[in-house]
Design a protein. Structure first.
Length: 328
């Protein structure tokens, strides 16, 4: 997808999400911050899927939640259809929330075990006071059909369903209010491989059917390549690379992206044998105390002098290809 002439639906500008660390029992002193998201900037265009990848703990899920205002960002701005939403409160935020929804990572924890499937899917309609009670039941049945479940399941409870079916219920709940934008937070990582493909295909069909825009968070690079139009790579709270999927896979520029992609198995034994694996040394630094200069300097195989002193700028090195690295 070319991004030049497309309408920007979500714009994230210098987004920061710090979690305070306090000490003391009676008088709590603020002694530091965990910098889960540390000043990231990107756009999501209407109708596209932006994949957000990186290893566990790099701040992907926090980014999704901060965009939807489930967390109040520490700094930065989030625009939805040109309107800045980080300052919204009360009724205004509630109205905006109807347009943005989330599919959660764990289909076992994200559904209330005491509610029937019908009540779970109808809950957003009740909260926003949409449709009469009798109409809501019809809408729930319709949503169950849309996600490939039998509408007669409406009175069953979550424990009666498999993981894949529960995730479909979660998708139906996210669709209830006809949103424009959905954050899919690792929606398949808790599912069997055989079921993952079905859920991915469902998400793609729904995107086509309803014109949805996705932020698709995952750490499985082969899945992200399949579903995303563009991919953003995150490391320790910062974006290190952003490009369309073909460019990123054919020509990864950042050493971290190169290392990530070298770990993805290729089903061709000839290519696989010639390929060189990049093994990163050491552990990911703590987001409480990130290294000076480039966040990746402690593990980078191509590190040189400026990396230890100066933080690299996230800049466009080729049309549509953004990298934060002193090599370019």
């Amino acid at each position: 997808m070319s991004s030049d002439n497309q309408e920007v639906l979500v714009k994230v500008k210098d987004l920061k999400m710090y979690f305070p660390i306090t000490q003391g029992i009676v008088i709590q002193r603020h002694v530091g911050d965990i910098k889960a998201v540390d000043g990231i900037t990107f756009n999501i265009h209407r109708g596209e899927t932006l994949g957000l990848v990186g290893e566990s703990g790099c701040g992907k899920s926090t980014t999704g939640r901060a965009i939807l205002q489930l967390y109040t960002p520490t700094g930065g701005e989030v625009y939805f259809e040109g309107e800045e939403i980080t300052g919204l409160k009360g009724e205004h935020l509630r109205k905006m929330r109807r347009r943005m929804q989330m599919i959660f990572q764990d289909p076992y924890a994200s559904l209330n075990p005491r509610m029937t499937v019908g009540n779970i899917i109808a809950e957003p309609l009740e909260v926003h006071n949409i449709l009469k009670r009798s109409e809501r039941r019809d809408r729930v049945k319709e949503l169950l059909e849309v996600v490939g479940l039998n509408p007669y399941f409406i009175n069953r409870y979550p424990h009666e369903f498999s993981g894949g079916q529960r995730q479909r219920i979660g998708v139906a709940r996210a669709l209830a209010l006809n949103p424009d934008f959905i954050v899919a937070d690792e929606p398949i990582s808790a599912l069997d491989v055989s079921i993952q493909a079905q859920v991915i295909n469902l998400l793609e069909d729904l995107q086509e059917q309803f014109g949805l825009t996705y932020l698709f968070i995952a750490h499985d690079l082969s899945v992200v390549r399949h579903i995303s139009d563009r991919i953003a790579v995150m490391y320790l709270g910062k974006l290190v690379e952003l490009a369309d999927r073909h460019t990123l896979y054919d020509n990864p520029m950042h050493p971290y992206t190169q290392a990530l992609l070298s770990a993805v198995p290729i089903p061709d034994p000839v290519i696989e044998e010639k390929r060189q694996r990049i093994i990163l040394e050491g552990d990911v630094p703590s987001p409480q105390n990130p290294p000076k200069g480039c966040n990746f300097c402690t593990r980078c195989p191509k590190v040189f002098e400026p990396c230890y002193e100066q933080e690299p700028e996230f800049k466009e090195v080729e049309p549509g290809h953004w990298v934060a690295c002193h090599l370019y």
